[in-house]
Design a protein around this ligand. Structure first.
Ligand SMILES: *Cc1c(COP(=O)(O)O)cnc(C)c1O
Length: 469
């Protein structure tokens, strides 16, 4: 027993030392990666605005969106696709960051909507997105939402299970509206999404759609298999199989599918999703993984050109017309343009361990992805100070699971300091919860000015749906 503990402690110390070296050497401890800088007070500045003033004005915690960076990332992927695949469409994945005012900005840049729930579909309609710029995915489509989708004449409703086909068909018939549908291909056996490419069900689905062609128009094949990948390899493998399947459908039913939707999953260089091993080491020994390495990241232009090249080659080989391409980026569009600010409330020393820093944010309230991703962290009011010691950054919910980072090297901290957690633009606000505390406000900064996009929730908001005796 004692030996095992000594061994465990030894391994832990070794891993900690290695992790601290990586953290010190991280290429991402450089604010320019996010188009930010430090001003002469040592505070982080975003588009000419001092973030300490943002916290004073709007409170803590606070999501900050940098409009310049958002437009840059959104236009980069949009321009890359339009060069590589004329007629292609970029549809932003709503679930990644579903703040209406941010979605409006994204749509203003000519990007459509990829929705996975009745709420998201309703929201896209409210925001005035044209039907032919919306794809409706998801495992659970209500009858009401299918009606809405049919009426909006979407680019495609992507079918996720056999049962959906009859449901969509009978509603389309009722509404006398021929409806564009797609089929989501499931490539991996360990997830619940799509129709398994290796099963008979998927061809059964295609047969059914072909048989119901008076009201269903087989318009799209879809897949979405990964998130935050560093290169095009997985997309290329899936694309080859998707074209092969498209060929089968062509031979069997003489249907030419117009769109191939290759999903999202395009990674950003500044965030790393932990491998199973890294996750285990983080959970077991509290060892943060190695920060991402820039050289391992494939630029989006060459990424898309490789995948589209494979699709064109495979179609040519089989005598198929090349389909138009849809991409559904989430993380790529919004991750880097946002960061989460939170004040430090107190710091608790431990006799033999890493001190705990109590912040006003946390994994449960607003930083959920920090449990399985590596995010860069700065002290926003002393951004240029050197890393002094390791801390556990935790939240304010009464649960030991409410941490943001373990054993992270940071400058010496004091209560009142402001922590900035980078890349909060993907899956932070959408996962955030009001576990014991209301959810934070969201602001956007542009050209030296800030404006509120979403107010902080109030206590009244938290009880607005409750019926009091
Ligand atoms: C979540 C999701 C996306 C976006 O994924 P990212 O990894 O953020 O690019 C795209 N398509 C579907 C169907 C999704 O569920």
């Amino acid at each position: 027993m004692k030996l095992r503990k000594t061994l465990g402690d030894g391994v832990s110390r070794l891993l900690q030392r290695r992790s601290q070296r990586w953290q010190t050497e991280s290429q991402f401890r450089n604010l320019s990666q996010w188009d930010l800088s430090a001003n002469d007070k040592g505070h982080i500045e975003v588009e000419g605005v001092d973030v300490v003033e943002l916290i004073e004005q709007y409170g803590s915690p606070l999501f900050v969106c940098n409009y310049g960076r958002l437009a840059k990332d959104a236009l980069q992927i949009k321009n890359a696709l339009s060069q590589m695949a004329p007629g292609g469409k970029v549809l932003y994945s709503y679930k990644t960051n579903c703040i209406p005012a941010i979605l409006e900005q994204i749509h203003d840049l000519g990007i459509g909507a990829e929705v996975v729930s009745p709420y998201e579909l309703w929201l896209a309609n409210e925001l005035g997105v044209a039907g032919n710029m919306i794809v409706y995915n998801g495992v659970s489509k209500t009858e009401e939402s299918i009606r809405r989708a049919i009426a909006m004449e979407l680019l495609a409703i992507n079918i996720d299970s056999l049962e959906e086909i009859d449901r969509i068909y009978s509603l389309a018939r009722q509404l006398k509206q021929k409806t564009r549908v797609g089929v989501r291909i499931g490539f991996e056996t360990e997830t619940q999404f799509g129709l398994d490419i290796q099963s008979d069900e998927i061809m059964e689905a295609c047969d059914l759609i072909a048989a119901l062609s008076d009201y269903l128009d087989f318009h799209c094949l879809h897949f979405n298999t990964v998130t935050n990948t560093r290169n095009a390899n997985i997309h290329k493998l899936c694309a080859v199989k998707a074209v092969e399947f498209m060929h089968l459908v062509k031979m069997r039913h003489d249907i030419s599918i117009s769109y191939l939707d290759i999903g999202g999953g395009f990674g950003v260089p500044t965030v790393k999703t932990l491998s199973k091993l890294e996750y285990g080491a983080y959970r077991m020994f509290g060892c943060p993984p190695r920060p991402p390495v820039l050289e391992r990241f494939q630029p989006i232009e060459s990424w898309l050109s490789e995948v589209i090249g494979v699709i064109e080659r495979e179609c040519y080989r089989r005598g198929l017309e090349t389909p138009k391409i849809i991409i559904e980026p989430g993380r790529y569009v919004t991750s880097r343009s946002q960061f989460l600010l939170t004040r430090v409330q107190s710091i608790k020393g431990k006799k033999d361990g890493t001190p705990f820093v109590i912040t006003e944010s946390g994994r449960y309230s607003s930083a959920f992805p920090c449990g399985f991703e590596y995010h860069e962290i700065f002290v926003a009011n002393r951004a240029d100070e050197f890393l002094a010691r390791a801390y556990h950054l935790v939240g304010r919910v009464c649960s030991a699971g409410d941490w943001i980072a373990q054993n992270r090297l940071l400058p010496e901290l004091q209560p009142g300091d402001i922590i900035a957690i980078m890349d909060s633009g993907a899956y932070f606000s959408s996962y955030s919860s009001n576990f014991s505390f209301p959810r934070p406000a969201v602001v956007m900064v542009s050209d030296g000015k800030s404006r509120i996009l979403r107010r902080e929730e109030s206590f009244e908001h938290l009880t607005a749906m409750d019926i009091f005796a």
